[in-house]
Write a protein that binds this ligand. Structure first.
Ligand code: NAD
Length: 400
C-alpha cells in the first residue's frame, strides 16, 4: 500500500521537454510524477516549441523563470553546469522528436522518461539501449495504463495457473474521435499524428496499440508471438499511407492465437480498450472504462467481478494500492504508479542494485523497443498485402 511515504532517498530533480499549455499529455505526466511530492520535483523545462508560450506556462506551474528554457539543447547545457541541475527528464513531444531528444538527454547524463511510441525504428532503440547502458541511466516509457493494479492481478492469476493454458488473446483499443477528417482541421495534435514524417510508419498501431501490446506482454510475459497478419485501412483517405483502423491476427509460439482491433474510427465509441485472455479453465477480462473491475469467468460457475483494493487480490496487485477498495481509482493513480516505479528504477540504477532493478515490473527501454518492433511487424505484414509473416523479434530498419 502506498501512503505518500518516501521510498527513495530524496525526490529526483525533474524536467520536462514538451507537455506545455496546449499539450494533450503533459498534465498526465505531472499528476503522475508529482503525486505525494515524494519521488520527483519539477525544477526546469522547455515546455513548448514556442519559447514564449513555454516560459509563460512554466512560470505559471511554479518553475522558476530562469529555469524555463527556450529549447531542450539550452536546458541540457545550462542544467549540466548547475550543482543542483536536473537528474531526469520527461520527453512529451511528438513521436518524430523522441530519438534525438532522448539521445541528447542521455549524453547530458540524465535519466529519461519518454513517450510512446518510443522511436521510429528498433535499430534506433537498440542504439539508445546501448547508450543508456554506457551512461548507466534508465529509459522509461510511459505506457500509463499499465500502472493499473488489476493488470498485475491478471499476471499473478495466469502465473498461478488459475485460468489454465492460454488459448485466445483478444485485444482491442478503439475510439471514434477520428471517424471524420474534422480533427485534422482543428487539432494540431491530430495533424502530426497523420503525418508520417512526425508520427512514424503508423497512426493508430503506434498511437494506441503499443499500449495494449505492452500490457498484454506484462500480463503474459511468457507468451511470444510467432506469426502475425495485419490488415490496415485509411477510412479517411487523406490519412493514407497511415491507417486509422487495423485488425491484427497473432499466433503465439505455444499454440495460442490472438487478435488486436485498433481503431480511431469506431464511431460512437469513447473508450474501447479491452483485454480478454481465454484459458482452458477460465477467462479474464478487463475494460479500461471500468478500471477497478476484473471479470473472472470460470467455466460452469457464475461470473465473478474482482474489485481493486480488496484483500482477496494477489500481493502483486496490492503493492501500489492507495485509496482502499471503498474508493474508485483512475488514470491519474495508474500514472502515479508508473512514475513511482520509474523512481525506484532510477534509485536502483544509481546505486547499482541490479537485483531490485531486474525484479521491478515497469516499462523500460526493452518495452519501448518491443513496442517499436510490434509496429514494424504490423507494417511489414500490412505492406506485404496483409499476409502472414514470421514475427521478427530482432528488428529491422523501416524507411518511412
Ligand atoms: P500535442 O501535439 O498535444 O503536444 C505536443 C507538445 O510538444 C506541444 O505543446 C509542442 O509545443 C511541444 N513540442 C513539440 N516539439 C517540441 C520541442 N522540440 N521542444 C519542446 N516542446 C516541443 O501532443 P500529445 O498528444 O501531447 O503527444 C505527445 C506525445 O505523447 C506523443 O508521442 C504521443 O504519442 C504521446 N501520448 C501518450 C499518451 C499516453 O497515454 N502515454 C497520451 C497522449 C499522447
Amino acid at each position: 500500500m502506498l501512503n505518500g511515504e518516501r521510498l527513495v532517498n530524496r525526490p529526483f530533480r525533474w524536467a520536462m521537454v514538451g507537455g506545455g499549455r496546449k499539450s494533450n499529455v503533459g498534465y498526465k505526466h505531472r499528476t503522475g510524477a508529482l503525486r505525494d511530492n515524494a519521488n520527483f520535483q519539477l525544477v526546469a523545462g522547455a515546455f513548448d516549441i514556442d519559447p514564449t508560450q513555454g516560459k509563460d506556462f512554466g512560470v505559471k506551474i511554479g518553475v522558476s523563470s530562469d529555469r524555463c528554457y527556450d529549447n531542450y539543447q539550452e536546458m541540457f547545457a545550462k542544467e549540466q553546469d548547475r550543482e543542483d541541475g536536473v537528474e531526469v527528464v520527461t520527453i512529451a513531444t511528438p513521436n518524430g522528436t523522441h530519438y534525438e531528444i532522448t539521445k541528447a538527454a542521455l549524453k547530458a547524463g540524465l535519466h529519461v522518461i519518454c513517450e510512446k511510441p518510443l522511436f521510429f525504428s528498433s535499430a534506433e532503440g537498440e542504439e539508445i539501449k546501448d547508450l543508456a547502458e554506457k551512461q548507466n541511466k534508465i529509459v522509461g516509457v510511459t505506457y500509463g495504463y499499465s500502472g493499473n493494479q488489476l493488470l498485475l492481478q491478471m499476471r499473478a492469476m495466469i502465473e498461478k495457473g488459475q485460468i489454465g493454458d492460454i488459448r485466445v488473446v483478444d485485444l482491442q483499443y478503439t475510439h471514434g474521435f477520428s471517424a471524420t477528417d474534422e480533427p485534422e482541421k482543428t487539432s494540431d495534435a491530430q495533424k502530426w499524428r497523420v503525418d508520417p514524417k512526425v508520427a512514424g510508419p503508423s497512426f493508430v498501431i503506434g498511437d494506441l496499440s503499443t499500449h495494449t501490446y505492452y500490457m498484454s506482454q506484462m500480463i503474459m510475459p511468457h507468451m511470444k508471438i510467432a506469426k502475425l497478419l495485419c490488415d490496415r485501412q485509411s477510412f479517411v483517405g487523406s490519412r493514407y499511407p497511415l491507417e486509422d483502423n487495423a485488425h491484427i491476427l497473432m499466433r503465439y509460439e505455444n499454440g495460442a492465437v490472438g487478435t488486436m482491433w485498433v481503431s480511431s474510427i469506431n464511431a460512437g465509441c469513447t473508450d474501447g480498450h479491452r483485454i480478454r485472455i481465454v484459458g482452458s479453465k477460465a477467462s479474464l477480462e478487463w475494460w479500461d472504462d471500468k478500471p477497478n473491475e476484473l471479470r473472472y469467468e470460470v467455466q460452469g460457475e457464475p461470473v465473478r467481478i474482482l474489485y481493486r483494493g480488496n484483500d482477496y487480490l494477489d500481493d502483486l496487485a496490492k503493492e501500489d494500492e492507495r485509496l482502499g477498495a471503498l474508493h474508485t481509482e483512475g488514470l491519474s493513480d495508474f500514472w502515479a504508479n508508473i512514475y513511482h516505479r520509474f523512481a525506484l528504477a532510477i534509485e536502483a540504477k544509481n546505486s547499482g542494485d541490479l537485483k531490485t532493478l531486474e525484479a521491478l515490473i515497469y516499462p523500460g527501454i526493452q518495452a519501448g523497443i518491443d513496442g517499436i518492433r510490434w509496429v514494424e511487424n504490423c507494417v511489414r505484414s500490412a505492406n506485404a498485402n496483409s499476409t502472414w509473416i514470421e514475427y521478427d523479434h530482432s528488428g529491422q530498419k523501416l524507411h518511412v
